[in-house]
Write a protein that binds this ligand. Structure first.
Ligand SMILES: Nc1nc2c([nH]c(=O)n2[C@@H]2O[C@H](COP(=O)(O)OP(=O)(O)OP(=O)(O)O)[C@@H](O)[C@H]2O)c(=O)[nH]1
Length: 137
């Protein structure tokens, strides 16, 4: 019998003027050093949408509004099986407030730079989708 636990994960894809909020996974956790969008495990009874908004606030300090689910992906890593819900989100803050925002180590990356960053394997389809949807040309 397969005793591996499958985690539901809510991830916030925070977009602002064709830029995305991205951090680096800290040392000591699975996939340390990889780039990541803010997100984490859903609590019991919590929707992935609510989880994405909560994790974004906890990890970056930014209040966001969830817009729609961009993509759902299942993936088996060595460390866990995951069900990833990628939610498109927008910041609640105004432009001026955003400029002075301390994002706790997260930064805004233009859509063109996404293919150059090293994300976990399960993000591959999402990155292609973002590049094709948000690139200028
Ligand atoms: N946050 C985040 N997690 C991702 C992304 N892509 C991806 O495959 N994951 C996977 O989703 C899972 C997220 O779980 P996590 O361990 O970071 O969540 P958490 O903060 O609730 O965990 P913890 O409180 O147990 O430390 C990890 O297995 C991670 O590898 C991504 O872009 N962002």
């Amino acid at each position: 019998m397969n005793s591996r636990k499958t985690n539901r994960i809510g991830i916030a894809i925070v977009e602002h003027q064709r830029q995305f909020l991205i951090g680096v996974r800290p040392s000591g956790v699975a996939l340390a050093g990889f780039h990541e969008f803010p997100g984490g495990k859903c609590r019991a009874e919590e929707t992935a949408e609510a989880c994405a908004v909560r994790e974004c606030k906890e990890e970056t300090g930014l209040d966001v509004i969830a817009v729609n689910e961009l993509l759902y992906e299942e993936h088996a890593y060595d460390h866990a099986d995951v069900k990833l819900h990628f939610w498109l989100c927008r910041p609640k803050q105004s432009l001026t407030e955003l400029k002075d925002c301390d994002l706790k180590g997260f930064h805004w990356f233009p859509v063109e730079s996404l293919p150059e960053l090293q994300f976990p394997e399960a993000n591959a389809r999402l990155i292609k989708l973002l590049v094709s949807s948000y690139s200028d040309s």
